[in-house]
Design a protein around this ligand. Structure first.
Ligand SMILES: C[S@@+](CC[C@H](N)C(=O)[O-])C[C@H]1O[C@@H](n2cnc3c(N)ncnc32)[C@H](O)[C@@H]1O
Length: 265
């Protein structure tokens, strides 16, 4: 892996919270500092993963077989947590999945993990999501996604890197406007609504040691999604989004993430 591994990296720290094996000593040291501020981060990261899993299975159940995962992060390799493409392909082997991220560390691991799958229908594209709808003309994306049929676009734990509400809303619009009816948007986002002091301290520490980012309120997150039908149960603690049999209820002040699924009318 020919990338700088001296400092902590948010993606590998997430891998640590999920019980993966890709993290470095610097990642673990930073992650432990975060856990001292918010010991529920592990619960939160895992609940986010389970939400992704449930929503992908829900969407395949709705007949959606094309996925564009923006800000995909490092694919995890743990027995407990599947990656989006693995969940989708297990539900329907005809699924097509495009991962997009702009981080060279993610690129290095994505190549390695996708190479191992033997699946021709999951691809990784290194690109900046700030490019918006122009990404649909990227040759590697256009080759995989057919915009005449429904696509599920996910922005999971991504938009907190875009501090301006206008900018974040524009991105949601850019990626959903070109989509066929029956397409969907999935979104998760950190919030300070339920544990303001802890989350403020955590965001401050991430900004200082790792990466930029910010929380949003429920109203702000709802306001990012215009012109789409937000499905029941709405913009909720993502552990409460249509939980399955294995999903125990988790207190909102431990999860600190909203989740939503919206449909393109
Ligand atoms: C917190 S991780 C979320 C990973 C995964 N979606 C999840 O929910 O578990 C956010 C990812 O977004 C990526 N990201 C941030 N800004 C981006 C941008 N402008 N273009 C592409 N990817 C971006 C980061 O590199 C990181 O891998």
């Amino acid at each position: 892996v020919d990338v700088d591994t001296t400092g902590p990296h948010a993606g590998r720290m997430l891998d640590f919270y999920l019980g993966g094996t890709l993290h470095t000593p610097a990642d673990r040291a930073a992650a432990r500092k975060m856990l001292a501020v918010n010991p529920h981060l592990i619960t939160s990261a895992r609940a986010n993963r389970r939400f992704i899993d449930r929503t992908v299975r829900y969407l395949v159940g709705q007949g959606v077989t094309q996925f564009l995962d923006l800000g995909s992060g490092i694919p995890v390799r743990t027995p407990e947590y599947a990656n989006l493409h693995e969940t989708a392909l297990a539900a329907d082997p005809a699924c097509r999945v495009v991962y997009v991220d702009n981080d060279p560390v993610v690129r290095a691991h994505a190549d390695e993990l996708l190479r191992g799958t033997g699946q021709g229908r999951a691809v990784y594209v290194e690109a900046d999501v700030a490019e918006g709808a122009a990404l649909y003309r990227h040759p590697d994306i256009a080759a995989v996604l057919d915009l005449d049929r429904p696509v599920a676009v996910s922005m999971n734990a991504l938009l907190h890197f875009f501090a301006s509400d206008d900018r974040a809303r524009t991105l949601v619009e850019a990626f959903t406007a070109p989509l066929a009816s029956g397409s969907h948007l999935t979104l998760t986002h950190i919030t300070r609504d339920w544990a303001p002091e802890v989350m403020d301290a955590l965001v401050r520490l991430y900004r200082k040691d790792v990466t930029d980012g910010g929380a949003r309120s429920r109203e702000q997150i709802q306001g990012l999604v215009t012109g789409l039908d937000i499905l029941a149960p709405g913009v909720v603690n993502l552990a409460d989004w249509r939980p399955g049999p294995g999903d125990d209820p988790l207190p909102a002040e431990q999860v600190n993430l909203y989740g939503l699924v919206a449909r393109v009318p």
